[in-house]
Design a protein around this ligand. Structure first.
Ligand SMILES: Nc1ncnc2c1ncn2[C@@H]1O[C@H](COP(=O)(O)OP(=O)(O)OP(=O)(O)O)[C@@H](O)[C@H]1O
Length: 900
């Protein structure tokens, strides 16, 4: 037992050293380094080269690894991180995945995988007695080293100037800059410490493991679990996490040494289990809005003319139809290309369309292949039902993965999905219900019927499925679900405010994507006839994600391009093992290059111009005039909501930690009137809105809408009850047109939380949405720009689109947060007219936050004034302007200017 504990403490200490470096660089640079394990791999192979192959004494070799390779790698990473600094999170993930693949490819080129290499233990092995148990000397040294590193780093961060600067660079880099300390220098020091830590762990691990680049790269991924233990922040806890995982693994290994059940996989799976469960359960790790993971299409990005698209599609289809005639011996690769096209279509639904992420898509393929094979052999299903069975089995697994997607976005979602893939491999791949007894593998049958028999017949079967999958994706994209997914990607807050439950949207897209990937897995497996655990290495998921991100072209082109990169090119250029490694290296470099480019990858400008010229010279519509349009004729516009609801807030208190942002506020908003909510900056106005609409949870108080308490309902449910809102920072769906944005106000309410209404739109409902959309566009003077993308609009126009979305939504009470901010005088006047019309026609109530007191004076019958979270005044706007208490609250902001 004690022996196992010490063995666990040894590996745990090495994990801890690596994990502390990972967290340090992540916190200071914002870049989570997926290549951290690859750094350790470089150091391990360099040590092997210097010490074993060149015969250098181990202290010299170790010093060269830690003090030579470590800083060199730090320079590369610092350069990479600097170039990705202001890029969206997905690009940062892509960059470090690119680096990981490039390093692995380069190492494999030099040291061919599959050959046994090992390094003897270079530290003293003579036992030292600890608590009466003999413990090998090197174990004691490693544990002491990690403990020293943890204490030194903690002290450095707490007490040294550089530590304070590192903490400051996380809080406010600009401020740090003004104090004369360049954030770049601070980050460089962090990268230096982090990379040297990875290098140390590589040197320490190399005598404990057979030397292999993949094993090393993935083993250090274990540090992700330790990092999660410390909430990616707290170094002492990260250190403790490393030890817990190390010791836990050693004890589980002892306990279940020869177990063939699930428990047998517990030891290797422990880090990923810890990572997955911590991400899922620990409240501290909940970081909604820690960054949209996936980049949106650039606003106004180029779309080829339809003639070029149609011609290109016909040409692509013709090439695929003719493939069996020229593919020769490569027919299997072509079949795999088509099957992988389905896979990339499924991943694109998540990554490109809806801003979600999956770093475990290869696992869905594995599940699909296994379910299909067992469906045929054990359940005796015919071929087609077995394929459907594969898709069905994967759907609930996709739904399970939607749980982390519901809880958080961004990096933690990426890590949770990656952890899930690793977990599946470590615990389940060896089970008989996955790849047969002892994981020996499965035979994948084909539909050997008439003309479908043989390689050529099977190619056409898979092609038919790919066409079907492309059609499904097109229908989804063009339908309500597609609009909801794009809206969710652009602005989850805006979509929830329309009444759509985005949890349902996420579950649906994960289920659909998982099912399609499973079918792709079954089809691709049958192309080769046999699959085993080695066919679905989790690291491949990183490659699939990177390919989906960088593949150029729209639907279905990107999927074919990515599939060609994944299976077709390797099939044609493979032969020597070095070619595969070279391909991995090239692929990593391409991903790196894409990550540091200022714009998302797209066709070169010259090609775009050529395609535009080749297209039929259809007269292009002149660009719309950017000017703001005036409101339409109110007589034309039907009533917005039909009836109004009152809003009552009683004793509302909202706390953020120790700060009381709203303190016992009560107010009433009657229907058919505009009520003002004013106060100086930071008074708590927006927080009142957020509490009313469910974005923050109040400590005390009630919110009553139309006589019914709504404070226990979620945000979308309150919207469905009739509570609409706009946002201080406009929340629009930038990749959609003005018309689609406005329509989503109503469509979101109809979609609600029902999966069926997320996908199916009855004809009568479509007509009603169109009617309301037209009316709202007209009322807000947006008809002339209805087909423009909102990303191209001015601030004034964007504010009007947000209002029109509320009007089309038919809400009975509106919360409008500083709607005139960013508008000029004429636009504000016009905006006021529209609000008056909306209230007059719909009879709905409005609670208006405004800093423009002239507008408040003109529109509001009654105003409430907040200061430091407390209600300090209520009455007419005129009375508020005269109130000494209100004028005092605005002190420092020239009350005469503000309140007149
Ligand atoms: N999520 C949050 N976490 C911590 N503090 C917050 C949060 N949201 C708001 N606050 C704090 O609560 C207080 C009230 O903020 P709020 O945005 O409601 O004020 P406001 O009256 O709307 O100000 P402004 O007119 O500048 O928008 C401020 O001190 C703000 O810093």
């Amino acid at each position: 037992m004690t022996t196992f504990v010490f063995a666990g403490l040894t590996t745990g200490s090495i994990f801890a050293i690596a994990a502390m470096g990972l967290v340090l660089t992540y916190k200071t640079s914002g870049v989570f380094n997926f290549a951290h394990g690859a750094l350790a791999s470089v150091s391990a192979f360099l040590f092997y080269f210097l010490h074993v192959q060149q015969g250098l004494p181990w202290p010299v070799a170790a010093a060269l690894c830690v003090l030579g390779a470590g800083p060199a790698l730090a320079l590369v990473l610092e350069w990479l991180a600097r170039h990705m600094q202001s890029r969206p999170l997905p690009v940062k993930v892509l960059g470090t995945i690119g680096l990981l693949l490039a390093i692995q490819g380069a190492i494999d080129l030099i040291y061919q995988p599959g050959i046994q290499r090992s390094v003897p233990q270079f530290l003293p092995v003579e036992p030292i007695s600890i608590l009466g148990t003999p413990v090998a000397g090197y174990r004691v040294i490693i544990v002491a080293l990690a403990l020293t590193a943890a204490v030194a780093l903690t002290l450095l961060l707490r007490f040294a100037r550089i530590g304070a600067e590192m903490r400051a660079v996380v809080e406010d880099p600009e401020l740090l800059d003004t104090f004369g300390t360049g954030p770049a220098r601070v980050r460089r020091v962090a990268w230096l410490l982090g990379s040297c830590g990875a290098a140390v762990s590589g040197v320490l691990l190399v005598p404990l493991l057979p030397l292999d680049s993949t094993t090393f790269t993935l083993l250090i991924v274990t540090t992700f679990g330790a990092a999660a233990f410390g909430a990616f922040t707290n170094l002492p806890l990260v250190y403790a996490g490393g030890l817990v995982i190390g010791v836990g693994q050693a004890l589980l290994q002892k306990e279940f040494l020869n177990a063939t059940s699930l428990a047998g996989g517990l030891a290797p799976a422990l880090p990923f289990l810890v990572l997955f469960l911590l991400l899922l359960l620990a409240p501290r790790l909940r970081t909604p809005g820690d960054g949209r993971l996936v980049a949106r299409a650039a606003a106004g990005s180029w779309t080829p003319p339809w003639t070029v698209r149609a011609g290109g599609l016909a040409a692509l289809f013709a090439v695929l139809l003719l493939a069996p005639f020229f593919a020769g011996a490569q027919i299997t690769a072509w079949t795999q290309l088509v099957a992988y096209t389905i896979l990339f279509l499924s991943l694109g639904l998540l990554v490109r369309l809806s801003g979600q992420v999956s770093l475990c898509h290869v696992s869905f393929m594995a599940i699909g292949a296994a379910a299909f094979a067992h469906g045929m052999s054990d359940l005796h299903l015919p071929w087609l039902p077995a394929l459907a069975f594969a898709g069905l089995v994967a759907a609930p697994v996709g739904a399970l993965l939607a749980v982390p997607a519901i809880r958080f976005s961004g990096l933690h979602l990426a890590l949770a999905t990656f952890g899930f893939g690793m977990l599946l491999q470590q615990m389940f791949y060896g089970q008989p219900y996955m790849f047969g007894p002892l994981g020996f593998g499965l035979t994948m049958p084909r539909p050997e019927v008439g003309p479908l028999a043989g390689d050529t017949g099977y190619f056409y079967v898979v092609l038919a499925f790919a066409v079907l999958a492309a059609l499904v994706v097109v229908v989804v994209e063009r339908g309500r679900l597609g609009r909801l997914l794009r809206a969710m990607n652009d602005s989850p807050a805006g979509l929830i405010a329309s009444g759509a439950s985005i949890n349902v949207t996420k579950v649906l897209v994960f289920c659909l994507s998982a099912s399609m990937a499973a079918v792709a897995g079954a089809l691709a497996g049958s192309a080769v006839g046999y699959v085993g655990p080695e066919s679905y290495q989790p690291i491949v998921s990183l490659q699939l994600f990177a390919l989906t991100m960088i593949a150029v072209g729209g639907l279905p082109w990107y999927a074919v391009v990515a599939a060609a990169g994944q299976v077709l090119i390797p099939a044609y250029v493979s032969g020597a093992a070095t070619v595969t490694s070279a391909l991995t290296l090239v692929f990593g470099l391409v991903a790196l290059h894409a990550a540091i480019q200022p714009a998302p990858p797209s066709l070169p400008a010259a090609v775009r111009r050529l395609l535009d010229r080749l297209a039929a010279p259809a007269p292009r519509r002149p660009p719309e005039p950017p000017e703001q349009e005036g409101p339409g004729d109110p007589a034309e516009a039907p009533a917005a909501g039909g009836r109004g609801l009152s809003l009552g807030v009683r004793g509302l208190t909202v706390r953020f930690g120790g700060l009381v942002a709203v303190d016992g506020v009560s107010l009433s908003v009657p229907p058919g009137r505009i009520t003002g909510l004013i106060g100086p900056n930071g008074a708590g106005k927006t927080t009142v809105f957020n509490a009313c609409s469910g974005y923050v949870r109040p400590a005390t108080g009630s919110v009553v809408l139309g006589g019914r308490r709504v404070d226990r309902l979620g945000t979308a449910a309150r919207a469905r009850r009739g509570l609409g809102r706009t946002f201080q920072r406009v929340e629009l769906f930038d990749t959609l047109s003005v018309r689609e944005n406005v329509a989503l106000g109503r469509e979101g309410r109809h979609a609600g939380r029902n999966p069926v209404t997320h996908m199916v739109v009855p004809r009568a409902q479509r007509a009603e949405i169109d009617r309301r959309t037209r009316a709202a566009l007209d009322l807000c003077g947006l008809t002339g720009i209805a087909d423009r993308r909102v990303a191209t609009l001015s601030t004034g126009q964007r504010r009007l689109v947000e209002l029109a979305r509320c009007v089309a939504g038919g809400f009975e009470l509106l919360l409008l947060d500083e709607p005139s901010s960013g508008l000029d005088r004429a636009e504000t006047e016009s905006f006021g007219d529209i609000l008056t019309t909306v209230v007059r026609q719909g009879g709905l109530g409005i609670l208006l936050i405004e800093h423009d007191f002239a507008l408040i004076n003109r529109l509001c019958d009654h105003v409430y004034v907040l200061d430091f979270g407390k209600l300090i005044f209520e009455g007419t706007a005129r009375e508020a302007g005269a109130s000494a208490a209100v004028r005092d609250a605005y002190l420092g902001q020239d009350p005469d200017q503000v309140l007149t």
